[in-house]
Design a protein around this ligand. Sequence first.
Ligand code: ATR
Length: 293
Amino acid sequence: MQEHIINGSTKVCGLLGNPVEHTMSPLVQNYLARVTGHNRVYIPLPVKADLEAAVKGAEAMGFLGCNVTVPYKSQVIPYLSEVDELAAQIGAVNTLVRTEQGWKGYNTDMPGLHRAMMEDGVEIAGEKIVILGAGGVARAVALLMARNEAKEIYLMNRTVEKAEAIAAEVNAKAGRPVVKAMALADYMELPSGKYLAIQATSVGMHPHTEEAVITEEAFYEKIHTGYDLIYNPADTKFMQLVKAHGGKAYNGLKMLLFQGIIAYELWNDTKITKEQAAGAYEVLAAGVERGVK
Ligand code: ATR
């Protein structure tokens, strides 16, 4: 691997957010720059206030690209010259790419999840899917699944009204009644068959590692594959329950990896190889181990 030398030709990418202290994106992005040999550097950019000035400033200073994180993924949209169709549908942008006119906004979180699932051999098309949760992440996941030919999607939430609102919106966008809202407590009403379950709540995240949004054994008998979007801990309670009932289980680390890889590919008009992705995964997993979140 090449030494990472920063010189007069180095192009800069950054992460706009608040807070940004615990991000793992610099680990992944700077690793990718080293293995590809691109002269790039990626830095955190804590934006405490005046997002517009930060976005315009990054453009004026010749940044190659930016990531955008909490709390700015929706707030950033008015300051962009263009928004990719998927990002517009999701209503959240996490990647800014330079164009002649200004920044174009993309969402690489959901394509990242899709690529992670493909890597893990988890199908969406034709599947019966349960999504647990009805927050911003669950809404984006429902859109992703609906756009990728899921057969049926059951959006299950503690507060059923939130799930109902998302179901109506996603069905309208997808042009078919693919999403049905349910209360978590009604899981026994899921039609018979085996499901892919996506865990899109924050329940079970470090330090609450003993919690899962559903703990009833009977639910897990219906699940052939569980995908938890949480990556810390690496083996969540939800994943343990899926595995205890004979299912396959995955965490959210590959989603995090691929959202970064897709951003890198957009900025550098390149394709990261399987080997480079595997190396970046190691770097990321080691980062989580060290407690960088
Ligand atoms: P995000 O935008 O990251 O998705 P969010 O909007 O705060 O986060 O959504 C959190 C999700 O986790 C919600 O679906 C929430 O359920 P409610 O809508 O009923 O609040 C779910 N959630 C959080 N804590 C929960 C708990 N203890 N039990 C069940 N669901 C929980």
